[in-house]
Design a protein around this ligand. Structure first.
Ligand SMILES: C[S@@+](CC[C@H](N)C(=O)[O-])C[C@H]1O[C@@H](n2cnc3c(N)ncnc32)[C@H](O)[C@@H]1O
Length: 651
């Protein structure tokens, strides 16, 4: 029996406060549902919280009256956010909520709230609440049963078992996003001495720096297990035990790409708004990624010296970094250093920040900076150690990080940092060389890629050596779908007679072809187009074909799954940065019309992003010989199944 999905959250529509609240207070209760593990929480009004309402100084340049189009834009943005929320990020937590509160209780609460998608906010913003963390969500949030017993509080950087004080920031259906105020009772697992960054706790990037690496890997294994249990809609007997997470050799200094951003200081933004004709402003906003802050950004009719004087007078600092974690991500946290980035990026970051800050009035709008670690031409073909591969000396990269991030490891000059969106990045995995456009996708953890590729290669060889396999060595075909600049196609092609790759970005495909030539693999063919377009161009025998799937976070399109299922390749290796959409897609591939077409051989996570909640899923599927469905039956059944598939998180 497939697990019954919990009731879906109705559309989000907040009503007034919960009756349990009086004057903005949530009434304290003793325990949740009499459960000893539930919240021992007390709630206090926002007045007892440290004040967050210090009056903001008036802007130094008057804010122009907003025209109607501004409000239209705000509304459109809000609508887009609402619809994104319905598909992104929030759904896995719904399964946690149902498991913690109980399915019947959730149904009762929703009825009591008035049903029909209406709901009430239990806690106004800034309410301070204390409670004990029950478990972690897939996104690393500690989940607490609220004192009202019918609501969950979700807070980052808190561990199961810990008693914490939190501040409510915003409400969703049946739960509140909170900021951590204080850990009152620490978990034995917490190791604050391991924290390797001064922004940890304030930056949204990392969730697990306070945990030993082994514990991080275990959490990710559970995330993969839960994703398949909840989103595949398969009976537990069809899902093998999740294997231990593939570790990353580097747990700091690994990230080869950072994209800090900034906004124009308010006075400067307002000044521009008043002095620039609207179409130019919009052009500036649209093309902000290409804006390098040096050319063509002068305001017509305004003397540059005068603007410089004014900017100095306004004296506003520009924050360059990532969205603040606390307060719902409003505002930018000024970040000087990021110890999970490679040493070359850490060295380049202050330079790029200083450029922005010194020339802020030459920018038309806020922008996202690009810092990508790339091998220098000299290092590109060279044999490098792991430390050298991230541009550091061996001694430097083994330094344990400290709470202040520690000194930036000395570099050995094998890396350079690309900051233009119109450049080329050089990468090397095993001995295969890759060039890729700097504005396109490449995996961001160089240190773990050899083990990830080795794992996929082993899965293919193991399936081939299976006694039930009828195919001959050397007579095998590979299709790499969502192939980017050719990572899996080129690295795995020596195992196959023919290899074809498909990718939607024409530019990435141009580079994939160049990479095939660069590595003397000219027989690997690449096609630019939607992933399913590849099936019309190949005539590979399905019983000798392996398909690698590595889609973006939203997973595969229904049409892709329909055509893949119709082809019925012998082996499928599905790699994904979103285990929830992956589990949904795998569920569709495995069971059609009550018939098991594929069996899951193995499933596990790979840790491409240590210190964060992200986990890459790797799932190997083998075609069942017993499947008797015709191509037409498979196509029809896939469509029905797609209709019924649960919404999976995309964020
Ligand atoms: C997660 S990346 C994987 C790239 C590559 N496998 C690698 O590891 O470097 C996903 C890729 O899918 C591509 N993509 C997105 N939608 C697609 C579609 N509908 N059809 C084909 N490719 C698509 C993106 O451009 C991106 O390069």
């Amino acid at each position: 029996m497939a697990p019954t999905p919990p009731p879906s959250p109705p559309s989000k529509k907040a009503r007034t406060q919960h009756p349990a609240e009086t004057n903005g207070h949530a009434e304290p209760t003793s325990s949740a549902n009499g459960d000893a593990g539930a919240a021992q929480a007390t709630a206090a009004s926002s007045s007892s919280a440290p004040s967050t309402s210090a009056a903001a100084p008036p802007p130094l340049y008057p804010i122009p009256r907003k025209d109607k189009s501004f409000f239209k834009k705000v509304k459109a943005k809000e609508k887009a956010r609402e619809s994104a929320l319905a598909k992104t990020g929030e759904e896995p937590i719904w399964f946690d909520i149902v498991e913690i509160l109980g399915k019947e209780e959730v149904e009762r609460i929703m009825q009591a709230d008035g049903g029909k998608g209406e709901w009430v906010e239990r806690f106004p913003r800034d309410t301070i609440v204390e409670g004990r963390v029950r478990r972690l969500s897939a996104h690393g949030l500690g989940l607490i049963v609220a004192p009202t017993n019918d609501w969950i509080l979700a807070v980052p950087h808190a561990l199961p078992g810990e008693l914490v004080r939190v501040r409510v920031d915003r409400n969703e259906r049946l739960y509140s996003h909170c900021d951590l105020v204080e850990v009152l009772e620490k978990s034995e697992e917490r190791r604050d001495d391991l924290v390797g960054c001064k922004y940890f706790g304030d930056c949204p990037g990392c969730q697990y720096q306070m945990l030993p690496y082994e514990a991080q890997l275990k959490i990710k294994q559970d995330v993969v297990r839960n994703a398949f249990a909840h989103f595949s809609k398969l009976p537990s007997s069809s899902i093998p035990p999740t294997l231990p997470t593939l570790p990353s050799p580097l747990q700091y200094s690994y990230r080869t790409k950072l994209t800090p951003h900034f906004e124009l200081p308010l006075s400067l933004a307002n000044f521009r708004r008043q002095h620039e004709p609207a179409p130019r402003r919009w052009r500036g906003a649209v093309s902000k990624k290409g804006n390098n802050g040096t050319a063509n950004n002068q305001i017509e009719g305004v003397d540059q010296d005068e603007l410089e004087q004014l900017t100095k007078q306004w004296g506003l600092e520009t924050d360059v970094g990532f969205n603040k974690l606390k307060g719902g991500g409003r505002g930018i946290l000024d970040i000087e250093d990021c110890p999970i980035a490679t040493p070359a990026i850490r060295q380049a970051m202050p330079v790029e920040r200083a450029k922005v800050k010194a020339n802020i009035n030459s920018w038309r709008a806020g922008a996202t900076l690009l810092l990508r670690d790339s091998f220098t031409t000299e290092a590109f073909g060279a044999d490098l150690s792991l430390a050298e591969a991230v541009g550091a000396t061996a001694a430097a990269h083994l330094q344990a990080p400290t709470r202040d991030g520690g000194p930036i490891p000395a570099t050995v000059g094998s890396s350079e940092v690309i900051t233009s969106y119109r450049s080329v990045v050089r990468e090397k995995v095993e001995s295969t060389l890759f060039e890729t456009p700097s504005n396109s996708f490449f995996q961001n953890n160089r240190s773990v890629l050899p083990s990830l590729v080795a794992y996929v290669r082993d899965a293919i060889l193991t399936a081939r050596n299976d006694p039930s396999s009828t195919s001959e060595e050397g007579d095998q075909y590979l299709v790499d779908t969502y192939c980017g600049s050719g990572l899996f196609a080129l690295l795995l092609s020596p195992l196959f007679k023919e290899t074809a790759g498909v990718e939607i970005s024409a530019e990435s495909i141009e580079y994939a072809k160049r990479n095939a030539a660069l590595n003397s693999l000219p027989s690997v063919k690449f096609l630019a187009g939607n992933a399913e377009a590849i099936f019309a161009t190949i005539a590979y025998p399905p019983e000798r074909t392996t398909v690698v799937i590595d889609p973006p976070r939203k997973g595969c399109d229904e049409e892709f799954i329909r055509q893949l299922s119709a082809l019925g390749p012998k082996l499928v290796v599905y790699v994904s940065c979103n285990v929830h959409t992956q589990a949904r897609d795998v569920g569709m591939m495995v069971g059609l019309n009550g018939e098991d077409r594929y069996e899951i051989v193995s499933v596990r996570g790979a840790d491409l992003f240590p210190q964060t909640h992200h986990v890459e899923g790797v799932c190997v599927l083998r075609k069942k010989e017993t499947s008797k469905m015709t191509v037409e039956e498979v196509a029809a059944a896939t469509a029905v199944q797609a209709e019924q598939a649960p919404e999976a998180a995309v964020a």
